[in-house]
Design a protein around this ligand. Sequence first.
Ligand code: ARG
Length: 263
Amino acid sequence: MCPPEHFAVTYAINPWMRPDSPVDPARAMRQWRALRAAYESLGHSVATIEPVAGLPDMVFAANGATVIDGTVLGVRFRYPEREGEAAAYQSWFRSHGYARVHAAASVNEGEGDILVAGDTILAGYGFRSDAAAAGELAAVFGRRVVSLRLVDPRFYHLDTALCVLDGSTAMYYPAAFDDAGRAALASVFEELIEAKDEDAEVLGLNAVSDGRHVVLARQADGLARSLFSRGFVPVPVDMSELLKAGGGAKCCTLELRNQEDRP
Ligand code: ARG
């Protein structure tokens, strides 16, 4: 995670961002600290990266890399405003003992668009990451990659429209995908929970699941009820200040899937 020390909305690269309406940096920091505390109270360990001045979106650590079994694929951002983050995240991995750190050739915005479901990698494209990133993912991680086209600009990253809950279950917003994407998801997951408009629109799908606990926007109460009825434990957090940049809990979180974590 990256503390939102320099968080601001000074440019607009997604429909949520309004540089003319104010953000409250102290409130963003309180919300971020509460998110971090939620992970720690669930027994997860949190590592942080030093925020860099002039990179207001660096708080969205999900966009920093993709890590599977200790192998790291770095990112390349679509927009120059975020370009500087790529090197900062890559050097974090190099200085924290990760031996396999690959630089990205195609545009890929890390776990914003790249999600892991069991042995399959799901790769979103259409707004940010290039479709060509799929080939690179297959080569670097040696796994099957399923490409998913995103079609609604409000859900510009895959992690705003889909959350993997465990190896066989996901929750998603069907209208963010095309027919081929919906069919692909139906073949990957045994169970798909559909988010209603009002839950998707507070970025309720931008959630983090450890297979049992699901940390998600507290405003997404319909989703929380669906999760609860299926045996998951919803853990509500308020990310309303970070939502002004188009981010939620998952955006603030890069999962470090290290080799020793493998069951
Ligand atoms: N303002 C950031 C951007 O548009 C938000 C990134 C959200 N991150 C995510 N993983 N969806 O790039």
